[in-house]
Design a protein around this ligand. Structure first.
Ligand code: HEC
Length: 138
């Protein structure tokens, strides 16, 4: 009985809790379209993704800012100590310079609705971190 209680409690505090507080689900398919239109000229995702004008974005939710090894980041982003969450990612997409002053991501997300940003984040979540390649520090 005690064990069960413990499992239930840790579930609340940890695994189940984290999905329970997740942002409203976005539409990953709409996010794919938005990504292709607004992000893909600088960013890649998928098994063969590498840095282009910007860093590859596999596994970006949960990743430390500035952590890929094949992109030269601005000192601002590298030193920002951000770990990307849905919230910080959404803020950055809407306003890169306002979120990380001095970032080299020159992109004007102005006009992005919250809906579109949620969709973008839902799309990015479908790409897990690259496995078995030294592209990303843990
Ligand atoms: C004009 C090119 C360009 C466009 C368009 C662009 N980015 Fe970026 N992005 C960059 C660059 C360059 C960086 C690295 C910034 C730095 O080092 O300060 C970056 C960094 C990022 C990061 C942080 C990555 C990390 O490893 O910490 C995220 C997340 C990101 N971009 C998401 C997006 C999304 C989503 C879009 C589309 C809405 C987008 N970007 C559009 C150039 C771009």
């Amino acid at each position: 009985m005690d064990t069960l209680k413990f499992v239930a409690l840790s579930c609340l505090a940890w695994a189940c809790g984290s999905s329970a507080v997740a942002a409203p689900q976005g539409d990953a398919e709409a996010g794919r379209v938005a990504f292709a239109a607004a992000c893909a000229r600088c960013h890649q995702v998928g098994p063969s993704a590498r840095a282009g004008f910007g860093p590859q974005l596999n596994g970006i939710v949960g990743r430390r800012a500035g952590a890929t090894t094949d992109h030269r980041y601005s000192a601002a982003l590298k030193n920002s100590k951000i770990v990307w969450t849905e919230q910080s990612l959404s803020r950055f997409i809407k306003d890169p310079e306002g979120t990380v002053p001095g970032t080299s991501m020159r992109f004007f997300g102005l006009g992005y609705t919250d809906r579109k940003v949620t969709d973008l984040v839902a799309y990015l979540r479908t790409y897990p971190p690259l496995q078995g390649r030294a592209k990303q520090q843990p």
